[in-house]
Design a protein around this ligand. Structure first.
Ligand code: FVH
Length: 297
């Protein structure tokens, strides 16, 4: 029986994340088999009821659903390549971080061994696993996800299947990380500007976070404009030329306040390119054309 309330699960890899994954399955009452290169790391899980398989092959054959969480895809191949026949009929849910290219290659590799493949990306730290806010993306075999959805959702309340292309989970993951770094860099740069005038970052924080609500509204409009695909980008809120003038202010203030200009100079150069391409009267969504055409940069 697979995919029912208490179907067996195997977890390969008991690092910080793998242990959290196995613990979540155990808490929900799933018979959980674990394997780790260093078996001592299974001690707590075994006390909680997990079965420690003596070999990776025995771990894999203990359950239809095999969750893998290792450092790299190379490590995954080191562990699973020698098993071959054992993988047949299994659903491999690989939560190891890698590239979309590796995810696609691994789907081919798994299907050659008779296994269905799901590539997953975890947008959470171990302490969040099993919680309502933990986001996990899966892509690959739709039927495998459907069959094991209830079990996989035990790892995070915001577990989402994003499509058949196994590379998609990784792409969602890195795109969201990009949003995080873009936002954090801007926040820290803004904090540096205010610090230069004696204002604490904690005083800036509520303004920064409420400003993100406004940014959410802008992005909502831009997402529709990008998807329309008609290159119209109506400036419903502000023209790119208006943005450009404000970016020049940010650049100027950074210079005069003795704060690094690296970040605003980068944004300035990007937006300048869009203006040079004739997008001055468009919305900020027109910037998509720069990112979609790296050769033109
Ligand atoms: N920890 C986190 O917050 C993040 C969140 C987002 C995504 N990740 C990814 O999860 C993968 C594992 O991360 P981790 O935090 O569990 O990492 P470690 O604690 O360092 O555990 C690594 C496990 O991999 C095993 N391992 C490594 N190389 C090999 C190998 N050649 N053969 C067999 N096993 C290998 C290692 O085994 P051992 O050292 O205990 O014997 C651990 O089980 C990772 O892709 C993150 O990016 C986590």
């Amino acid at each position: 029986m697979a995919g029912n309330d208490r179907s067996p699960v195997t977890v390969i890899g008991l690092g910080l994340m793998g242990q959290a994954l196995a613990a979540a399955f155990l808490r929900a009452g799933h018979p959980t088999t674990v394997w780790n290169r260093t078996p001592e790391k299974a001690a707590d899980l075994v006390r909680e009821g997990a079965v420690l398989a003596p070999t990776a092959a025995e771990a894999v054959t203990a359950s239809e659903l095999v969750v893998v969480c290792l450092t790299t895809y190379d490590a995954m191949h080191e562990v699973l390549d020698p098993l071959d026949g054992a993988l047949s009929g299994r659903v491999l849910a690989n939560l190891t971080s890698g590239s979309s290219e590796q995810a696609r290659e691994t789907e081919t590799w798994a299907s050659e061994r008779g296994a269905a493949y799901l590539d997953g990306a975890i947008m959470a730290i171990p302490a969040m696993i099993g919680g309502d806010e933990a986001v996990l993306f899966y892509s690959g075999s739709a039927s495998a996800f459907e069959k094991h959805e209830a079990t996989l959702k035990l790892l995070g309340g915001r577990t989402t299947y994003v499509g058949e292309d196994p590379g998609l989970a990784v792409l969602y993951d890195v795109a969201l990380l990009g949003v995080m770094w873009g936002t954090l860099n801007s926040f820290v740069h803004g904090a540096a500007l205010l610090k230069s005038a004696g204002i604490d970052a904690t005083a800036f924080l509520p303004w920064a976070t409420s400003w993100l609500d406004a940014v959410k509204l802008f992005a909502t409009d831009y997402a529709g404009q990008i998807d329309a695909g008609d290159a119209k980008y109506p400036a419903n809120d502000a023209k790119l030329s208006t943005h450009f003038a404000s970016i020049e202010h940010l650049l100027h203030e950074s210079e005069t306040q003795g704060v690094s200009t690296e970040l605003p100079a980068f944004v300035h150069a990007l937006v300048k390119r869009a203006l040079d391409k004739g997008h001055g009267d468009n919305s900020y969504a027109a910037m998509i054309e720069l990112f979609q055409d790296p050769k033109a940069s």
